[in-house]
Design a protein around this ligand. Sequence first.
Ligand code: BGP
Length: 463
Amino acid sequence: MTMVEFPEGFVWGAATSGPQTEGNFHKQHQNVFDYWFATEPEQFDAGVGPDTASNFYNDYDHDLALMAQAGVQGLRTSIQWTRLIDDFETASLNADGVAFYNHVIDSMLAHHITPYINLHHFDLPVALYDKYHGWESKHVVELFVKFAEQCFKLFGDRVDHWYTFNEPKVVVDGQYLYGWHYPQVINGPKAVQVAYNMNLASAKTVARFHELCVRPEQQIGIILNLTPAYAASDDPADLAAAEFAELWSNNLFLDPAVLGHFPEKLVERLTMDGVLWDATPTELAIIAANPVDCLGVNYYHPFRVQRPDISPKSLQPWMPDIYFKEYDMPGRMMNVDRGWEIYPQAMTDIARNIQKNYGNIPWMISENGMGVAGEERFLDKQGVVQDDYRIDFMKEHLTALAKGIAAGSNCQGYFVWSGIDCWSWNHAYHNRYGLIRNDIHTQTKTLKKSAKWFAELGERNGF
Ligand code: BGP
């Protein structure tokens, strides 16, 4: 009996990204992660970098065939700027890159997998960091739009669903605040400018998209990691911390992308602190005139916060942490391998927030999934990973999502992270997320138990 049902036409998909799957075969340029691995391999789990990843460059047709078997109806992946473009200033094309992405898109269509193409997944070309300091520069904004324009012209005949960025907030946090990602700059005011420049780049890309891709079914969105900020208690100091955390972590990208303007309270606060971004009236008018058509939401864990324990003056230069501190809720359910709290209820809260405050814009879950270490432990005699924990994780999150949809939220799909075990940023291959196992020593790929479950989920449109 089907107990949790989804609306007709709901898309059951998977998500991956270029830098985490392709491998660096025939790639002209390095992105920031390629460069970081080449210079500091010790920053990556077991010293494993993205050079082979899951060998998607060579194995894409086979991978897509397996994903089709796992019931994947749509695949969200990304085009690497460093693979498609030869000269970043002019956006001249790399012939091998063009051929590769053409083959991948054609192969997806041949396997009845709808392409959802994202243009940036943390993978800034390192040359643009060296020359212009990357997203700190408005010139890089212009270069990104030129790259996007090439993608629309080359692949817009077959691709209807596009995204400007994946999790731009992670670029702000990882590259400019907390040192998780190269270039490990720790500087709040620069982070603020980077956030603004990425919002501007997204709006300019949306504008260009609407000039070039005019079929009514063509849409462009942005993918945000919308983690609701929950206060540790009802104490006014904790509530104030959660209010700022929500503005800084979610509304900073969500409001300009969907509503066309930055949240007033955040602008006031940054102005008071003397760290507001440099923006011109013309740029703000571009942001106002070019909201996205749809949203992708990545959700893994909640963001719990409490009052900060540092005085504003003690942090120089400015850091957003003067307003909040992360909080580990006692008794929380954990994914111990990844160190993330498991809290499915947030799916309902996200759905409600989009419905209530963002005009019920069409959206989908563009990533959700469970990363587990040492999955060989769960191989059965037939060599199938018995990943019941992953099935349970999806069931719990889908149940909470279905509640939001039943209440009227316009969620149109669920894309699991990930289709096939892939390379992850700092953690390399430590945690596996795939519906399909990848033995990285032999590059042998096999369906896990969750893949079969996922295929049934799509057939029944529920479970
Ligand atoms: C998201 C990224 C993905 C993926 C995922 C899992 O933030 O968009 O690229 O990596 O997180 O996280 P991790 O790989 O760090 O375990």
